[in-house]
Design a protein around this ligand. Structure first.
Ligand code: SER
Length: 600
């Protein structure tokens, strides 16, 4: 059965049983406590905690509340990255799931899963697992009974590590699970479906929970959260030995697998597909957070492809073709891969990253080969130099080293890394007098010149932000505070409700449009009265001198898009900001909201 049919049957199976079909959410979640979306339940977290009401939000065509929801969710996990290349692990994958919030529980969830696998898919179940119990959570006898009644005899008990799911992020819903294992084409038993009984709210992260440092409280809306990897189910149904031989990889990326080393081809295929989806959801390579994950993914892929598949970096057209093939194949289900502008942006962001990496990579490779000619171990210092000056991710170094049969002194690498961090901290303190936050211009906080440049870009972006907020939300919006660092700008403003996601998107769009227009930023000194008459915005809490500076974005003060009382510094043209993204909008006090914006 091909994956097109699997998708259709899964959604249809649960739709017929009273579920509402919900589209996948973005890989960049609303939830600030996680970097990327790792599971289907993430977009529904608030229905379990009781903050949102599923009965109001998920309505069937006949007007009645749905029994639950069903989705196929784009997911990304770094936790399995080292296993990518084997039969069943991926970074990006699609997770099929059904969910209930305060509605059906173990009996229905297990019975439907059993029916879907054995009757709809006609796949035998090898065995299932259930929770064996822990200090705080009792053994799951109920699930065991249900499975037995359904005729499954191989029921294995497992513990917290394997069959207790969640929470995602720093707190959230979690609970014991039961898993279904089926055979792939190589006769291996593979976990295909994880059915979570969300019963608890965990007050801390999963790590804290396992260390006994977080509490489990009963959830307001007990429910079901299931997740079945589309790629794994396809492998079992199509009788292939690995997920890479399923149509999900062969259709868009089949020719990659003719190019040489098979494990490398798998890693490249996984990383390429993942990078395409991340880029299309707006993640851009950077040295932080999700951007850093993406950068490492792309770099590791490039290293693998160059060395093992002989796809040279200067032939970025080859990569582009693969990315286009991925977008075309998956675009049927994911509109963001089908949108012309977004496609072009995705490709150009990718090409930019390749060319950025390409020069330093070639140098690094030369150094690496020179070292290899005389040595059988790469010292921590050499590895760190390659990492620091040439942007070689450690994983990539490891890949090359293992292929050449040499070792990298990873301990040495780590101590070199730590030493370097200390030195750079000390250097910075010496340079700026040891006060932590240094180049404090009154408006901006930055530690060195490089940071100051970033903060300056964000400062101008803050002016655009204020005007964009007024455009979208009305002139009642006034600045109540702001804080600009090199990492982000935080802007507080008067407004009495949460912004909708559409409003946030519009604000973001306006700012980015003004950036694209590459408007000049000017400054004029004038009397306070003149400035007020010109319509320049000012921060009401501040006391201003009689003569003030007005920064304006536009060709003249009169037709400027934004005008504000301000001491600077600012960029000369908005194009220097390059692009921004709103990362968070939240309440800060009654009638006041706080919004955070970062550079792209
Ligand atoms: N949240 C669970 C998982 O990710 C089931 O969907 O495995």
């Amino acid at each position: 059965m091909d994956s097109v049919e699997i998708r259709k049957r899964f959604l249809e199976f649960f739709r017929k049983r009273g579920h509402v079909v919900v589209p996948s959410s973005s890989l960049v979640p609303d939830d600030p406590s996680v970097l990327l979306t790792t599971a289907g339940m993430q977009q529904f977290k608030k229905y379990y905690t009781g903050e949102l009401d599923a009965k109001k939000d998920f309505i069937l065509p006949d007007g009645l509340p749905a029994i639950g929801t069903v989705s196929i969710q784009k997911s990304f996990r770094t936790s399995d990255i080292d296993e990518v290349g084997d039969a069943s692990h991926l970074t990006f994958f699609e997770m099929m799931g059904n969910f209930s919030f305060g509605g059906y529980f173990k009996k229905e969830a297990i019975t439907w899963a059993h029916e879907f696998i054995t009757e709809e898919m006609k796949l035998p179940i090898s065995y299932v697992t259930v929770f064996q119990g822990s200090d705080v959570v009792p053994k799951d006898e109920e699930s065991k009974k249900i499975w037995r009644k359904l005729g499954v005899s191989d029921i294995r008990e497992e513990g917290m590590d394997d069959v207790f799911w969640g929470p995602t992020g720093s707190s959230g819903p979690c609970g014991p699970t039961t898993e279904i294992y089926c055979k792939n084409g190589a006769g291996q038993d593979i976990e295909v479906w994880n059915i979570v009984f969300n019963e608890f709210f965990c007050t801390g992260s999963r790590e804290e929970l396992l260390a006994g440092k977080a509490e489990l409280k009963p959830l307001p809306s007990k429910g079901i959260d299931t997740g079945m990897g589309l790629e794994r189910l396809a492998m079992c149904l199509q009788g292939t030995k690995t997920i890479f031989e399923t149509d999900l990889f062969q259709k868009p990326l089949g020719s990659l697998f003719q190019k040489g080393d098979l494990v490398s081809a798998r890693i490249v295929a996984d990383h390429l597909r993942a990078a395409t989806f991340l880029l299309a959801d707006g993640v851009r390579p950077s040295n932080k957070d999700a951007g850093y994950i993406l950068r490492r993914l792309i770099r590791r892929m490039l290293v693998r492809a160059t060395i093992f598949l002989n796809i040279q970096l200067d032939r970025s057209a080859v990569y582009q073709e693969y990315i286009e093939d991925v977008m075309e194949f998956y675009g049927r289900w994911y509109p963001e891969l089908n949108n012309l502008n977004n496609k072009a942006d995705t490709l150009s962001a990718f090409v930019q990253e390749v060319s950025k990496f390409s020069v330093t990579f070639q140098d690094g490779l030369r150094i690496f080969h020179k070292k290899l000619a005389s040595e059988t171990i790469i010292t921590g210092k050499d590895a760190f130099d390659l990492y620091q000056s040439h942007g070689f991710p450690l994983e990539a170094l490891r890949d090359i080293a293992s292929q050449k049969g040499i070792t990298i002194d990873e301990k040495g690498f780590e101590s070199e890394f730590e030493r370097h961090q200390e030195v750079s901290r000390a250097g910075q303190e010496k340079k700026f007098g040891g006060h932590g936050l240094i180049l404090n211009t009154g408006e901006l906080k930055a530690g060195d010149e490089k940071e100051l440049k970033k903060a300056t870009r964000l400062h101008t972006a803050t002016h655009l932000l204020q005007q964009a907020l007024r455009d979208v939300l009305g002139d009642s919006v006034h600045q109540m505070g702001s804080d600009v660092t090199s990492e982000r700008t935080r802007f507080d403003f008067s407004f009495d409700r949460k912004m909708t996601s559409d409003e946030i998107r519009r604000v973001e769009k306006i700012i980015n449009e003004k950036i694209r227009e590459n408007l000049p930023v000017g400054c004029k000194e004038m009397s306070k009265e003149e400035a007020e008459k010109a319509g320049a915005l000012h921060f009401f809490k501040e006391k201003y001198p009689d003569r003030v500076k007005v920064y304006f974005v536009g060709r003249t003060l009169e037709d400027a898009y934004s005008k504000e009382f301000c001491g600077g510094p600012h960029v000369e043209h908005t194009g220097e900001i390059r692009g921004v993204r709103v990362v968070k909008e939240e309440a800060v006090a009654a009638g006041a909201r706080r919004i955070r914006v970062v550079l792209e």
